[in-house]
Structures are given as C-alpha cells and as structure tokens.
Ligand binder design. Structure first.
Ligand code: AHG
Length: 339
C-alpha cells in the first residue's frame, strides 16, 4: 500500500539518500539522526530560556576567554552525548572544549567519522531573544580504524568534509545540512517533533542585495574591505545597489538569511585582530562547505576557506561568504588594494 504523504522527515530523507548507494553503511545517516536528536533537545531548552533559571553565565570562560552561558554547556553536552552514544563518531572537537574528545571504546574506535561543532553560536544573544544556532562539520577519519582517532583527523582541510550543517533556533527551528549531493533544509514540526524537509536542494542566488558586517569596526578594516562597503552603499545600476545592511550578530541567522535570499556576510580581520573573530574549524569551514554546495563562495579574503590547512583546533580566520557575484565584486576591491 502506498502512503500518500508529501513531507519527508529528516530520517526518511537520509535513508532515501542511502538507498542510492547500495554499499553505504548508513553511518552518516545515523550521525545526522543523532545530531537531529540533540538539536531537538537543545531547542526545547532554548525555547524556555526566558522562563527557567538556565540563563546567565555558568561562571567559567571557554578556551577563547569568553563567558560561557549555561545553555552553551547544556548544548555542548547534548551534542557530545548523542555522538558518544551513537555508532558513527570516533571523537569530537567543540568550540567549548580546550581539546578534542576521543571516545575510545570498541564501537567508536571502529567508527568512520569525527565531528567538529560549535554547540551554540551567537550565545551572547540568548538573553535578548535573538536567534542562535549550532554549526557542525563531519570528516572521514584518516587514522587507522580499530584504534582511537587522533588530532590529525580533526585538522583536515574543510574540503575534506563529507557533510556540514547548522541548526537555527529561530521563529521556527531549522536544520540545514549539505553533502556533496546538495544542501537541504528541514523545519522542525512541533506537532510531531520531527524535522521535515521544507527547503529541498537549496541554491544560493547568484546576486543579492544584502550585506552583513559589523559596521562599528569600519575604521579597523583593511582598505579593500572599506572600499567594498562603500560601494555597497552607493547607487549602482549594474549591481542593483545600494544594498541593504543587515547584521544580527548571530552568524547562523545572518548567513542562513543570505543563503536563502542572496547576500554577503563578512567578518574581516581588524587592526587589533588580523584573523578576525570566527573559528576556522567550527564556524567557517562548515558554512563554506554548505555555501559552495549551494553555488556560493567563501574566502578569507585571499584564499578559498576550504583549502586552508588548519594548524590548530581553535584558530581564527577572516571570513567572507555569500552569493557568487557579490563575492566576485568584493574580490575585485580586495585585489585592487593588495596590489
Ligand atoms: P558569540 O557566540 O560569542 O555570541 O559570537 C557570535 C559570533 C557570530 O555568530 C557573530 O556573527 C559574531 O560573533 C558577532 O561578533 P561581533 O559582535 O564582533 O560583530
């Protein structure tokens, strides 16, 4: 009997994808399902953050020297927990943790993947009810199977990701993930507690009218960036300018909007912080992978993000990401000034 139902759940979708690869082990589908489960748990807590005593600093600082909010800790434990208990992940790296966590048990040592994540990005926005998110990247481990994973598994170029995604806890909660086959978005249906396919085969528009940058830092940016921002504000018949400026201060929300509507997001280096603020492994690489699968581009101003060979877990990188033609316009300005 065929079931007449239009909407696929996240699990149904990943299993459907798996059916196209008869030799696939299903480990990646399992891992994505585990992440979906953790996301649902975090979503519940984020939604009641205004009601219960979960707000406020946990009283510690993370390895970046920033205040850790209680929800950060909760989210970190949820994602780490599902991946540890699952069968697909040999270890994790988290923006909240100083070092990688190697699961090191019989099942995990035989698992194919490692996962890097930022459990709650934009957490500075929690207590003012602004959307926040989780970001993750999945890599096939390069260490020998049967043994514990190693740091080298985590220090791979972004191009080696087999999947990357994010969850946005917003007016509705969405999970977007990309594999080389495409980027797809799932909206959480609270009535059944399942992520359901709402944005199939996401393509980032080639042009956009939104630029997202922290204008407060304008005078700290390099000349090329300033010139590009200037040009965003000018009337321009060729590119449809002036553009609209939108900056939430929660990258998941800013980049999600630009991915869907077209636009560019920038977190450039500044005079005092030449590598900017964002972390290559937890924030830049996953988004760079997703945007490229969707047809957009991501660079550090000089090279493709996905080509950068990471040297340390928590390294930062300037970050420019968005619609193909807006990125090309930015690059023209950066090149002019770098000559
Ligand atoms: P945090 O998780 O510490 O709140 O940082 C959020 C990140 C990113 O999501 C956002 O785009 C950026 O920091 C905002 O930083 P600025 O306030 O410096 O613009």
């Amino acid at each position: 009997m065929s079931v007449n139902r239009k909407v696929l759940t996240l699990d149904e979708f990943t299993i459907q994808q798996l059916r196209d690869f008869p030799n696939a082990t299903g480990e990646l589908s399992n891992l994505l399902r585990d992440i979906g489960l953790a996301a649902k748990r975090v979503n519940v807590e984020v939604n009641k953050a205004g009601l219960v005593d979960i707000l406020g600093d946990a009283g510690t600082t993370n390895v970046q020297g920033e205040d850790v909010k209680k929800l950060d800790v909760f989210a970190n434990n949820q994602f780490m927990g599902v991946l540890r208990h699952g069968i697909s992940c040999a270890g994790i790296g988290s923006e909240e943790l100083d070092d990688i966590v190697i699961f090191d048990d019989d099942v995990s040592n035989n698992s194919k993947y490692v996962c890097l994540f930022d459990p709650l990005d934009g957490s500075g926005n929690i207590d003012v009810n602004v959307s926040i998110g989780t970001i993750f990247g999945v890599y096939r481990r390069i260490s020998e199977k049967g043994k514990p994973c190693t740091k080298e598994d985590f220090l791979q170029q972004g191009i080696k990701q087999v999947a990357a995604g994010y969850i946005i806890y917003g007016s509705s909660t969405m999970m977007v993930y990309a594999t080389r086959r495409g980027a797809n978005g799932f909206t959480l249906d609270p009535s059944i507690g399942e992520f359901t396919l709402s944005h199939p085969d996401i393509k980032c528009p080639e042009n956009g009218k939104i630029y997202s940058v922290n204008h407060g830092n304008f005078f700290l940016y390099e000349e090329g960036v300033k010139m590009y921002i200037d040009s965003c504000q000018k009337r321009n018949k060729t590119n449809g300018g002036p553009y609209t400026q939108r900056y939430i201060g929660s990258m998941v929300s800013d980049v999600h909007r630009n991915l869907i509507k077209g636009g560019i997001f920038m977190y450039p280096g500044t005079i005092d912080r030449p590598n900017g603020k964002l972390r290559l492994l937890y924030e830049c690489n996953p988004f760079a992978f997703i945007i490229e699968v969707a047809g957009g581009k991501a660079t550090d101003g000089k090279q493709r993000i996905l080509d950068i060979q990471p040297e340390s877990l928590h390294q930062r990188s300037p970050f420019f990401i968005g619609s193909r033609n807006m990125m090309a316009e930015l690059e023209t300005h950066l090149k002019k000034k770098n000559k």
